[in-house]
Design a protein around this ligand. Structure first.
Ligand SMILES: Cc1ncc(COP(=O)(O)O)c(C=O)c1O
Length: 392
């Protein structure tokens, strides 16, 4: 077991806060943040050289380092500010005809649902949110639930690799294999995945994949990526048309030219990514992450017993990583989240997914059992008072 206190000192998170929400926006370790500020200084000292001359080659170097981490060809990657940006590129460009269907689950992230609904409605296509039977009993059970939604009109599948509110790792490997067998395009939302679950894009072989590097990889905010398989790259028009479109000085990649330069902006966050990877290497991250997963699981049943809820899937490495969704009932999730923050200084999201509500705790290197005990006591109090929360 690593020492959470050692890691508390290595992060900038306010020490007055019990921070159990790493999953939303991650957090930068101090040495990584210093590297970020160093890049911003390089930018401020010579903005022209940074943006117009050296910048894009540096971005390419950072992409190469990212590609080694997630195991794919660097030519198939571009950085994006966030996963929503990445999949707006995909959704805007997917060749959908009226009546075509995109098959997804009823557990997707709200911003992604909105993205797909927006572009599907423009094209007369349908976004089919297949209800997933909960609790998920096994990989086969999940896949059976999912494939009930497929029809002869399905063109693509869209799926979270790790879901947001429900915090479940889904068997995207088997799902992508079956989708391919059926001739469907595979689009995987791995926002939570890099440095949280094993990721080998070459082996997974999706058509499109996005991941956030500012979550579990701990890069500065605004660092994510879009992976697109080569055969799709030329069909992707830029979301933001800038100098890379019909470039006067094209590089060897139209994919890079069209999507990497979105006008003047500070791309220091992208250049800091190698420092995040070095931080993990220097701090035995595989071991740290394993003990975080253990802590997540050791506490899961205790919280479920408190709220009379049940885990949404088996409590093992196949379905769970460093987050757990505690089922709870509340008429006002936002008010409950605010109360936990204001009264207890606990930062933890309370989120609705369909008709269910969850308190989702994340465990990162700096979190301890004592912090989960604080959450337990606060929820116990809220359930007892019954004002904002009741048993699931
Ligand atoms: C499953 C999932 N997809 C995508 C996102 C990305 O959101 P954004 O693009 O706002 O960073 C998140 C963020 O938490 C998420 O949980």
């Amino acid at each position: 077991m690593h020492n959470p206190d050692k890691f508390k000192d290595l992060f900038l998170i306010d020490s007055e806060i019990t921070f159990l929400n790493f999953g939303s926006f991650g957090a930068c370790p101090k040495p990584v943040f210093e590297e970020y500020q160093n890049w911003q200084l390089v930018l401020e000292r010579e903005p022209v050289q940074f943006i117009a001359f050296d910048g894009l080659q540096r971005v390419r170097n950072a992409l190469k380092i990212l590609s080694d981490f997630i195991h794919c060809d660097p030519m198939d990657l571009v950085f994006t500010p966030n996963p929503t940006f990445a999949f707006n590129i995909v959704a805007a460009n997917l060749d959908l005809k009226p009546g075509d269907e995109i098959l997804t689950t009823d557990m997707e992230y709200g911003a992604m649902d909105r993205t797909w609904e927006f572009y599907c409605s423009k094209k007369g296509a349908k976004y089919i949110k297949q209800p997933i039977e909960l609790p998920i009993l096994s990989e086969e059970h999940f896949l059976d639930s999912f494939w009930k939604g497929v029809t002869e009109k399905t063109r693509a599948v869209f799926i979270s690799h790790i879901t947001s509110a429900t915090a479940l790792k889904l068997p995207v490997d088997s799902l992508c294999k079956e989708a391919k067998r059926r001739g469907l395009i595979t689009i995987v939302d791995g926002a939570h995945v890099p440095a949280h679950a094993a990721l080998n894009i070459t082996e997974l072989d999706p058509d499109f994949y996005t991941g956030a590097c500012h979550k579990w990889m701990m890069a500065p905010k605004g660092c994510s990526f879009l992976y697109a398989k080569k055969e799709f790259q030329d069909s992707l028009e830029p979301l933001i048309v800038s100098w890379g479109y019909k470039s006067d000085n094209p590089t060897d990649s139209r994919f890079f030219d069209y999507h990497q330069f979105n006008g003047t902006r500070d791309f220091s966050a992208y250049l800091t990514l190698p420092a995040s990877i070095d931080f993990m290497k220097g701090n035995n991250w595989n071991e740290v992450a394993k003990s975080c997963r253990d802590l997540v699981r050791e506490n899961a049943m205790r919280f479920c017993e408190l709220t009379d809820g049940i885990p949404l899937a088996p409590l093992d490495d196949n379905f769970h990583g460093q987050m757990f969704a505690i089922p709870i009932r509340t008429s006002d999730p936002m008010a409950l989240q605010r109360k936990l923050f204001l009264d207890d200084r606990i930062e933890v999201p309370v989120t609705r997914q369909g008709s269910r509500t969850f308190v989702r705790y994340s465990i990162q290197a700096f979190n301890s059992q004592a912090e989960l005990d604080l959450l337990y006591n606060a929820l116990h109090r809220e359930l007892k008072s019954g004002e904002l929360a009741s048993k699931a």
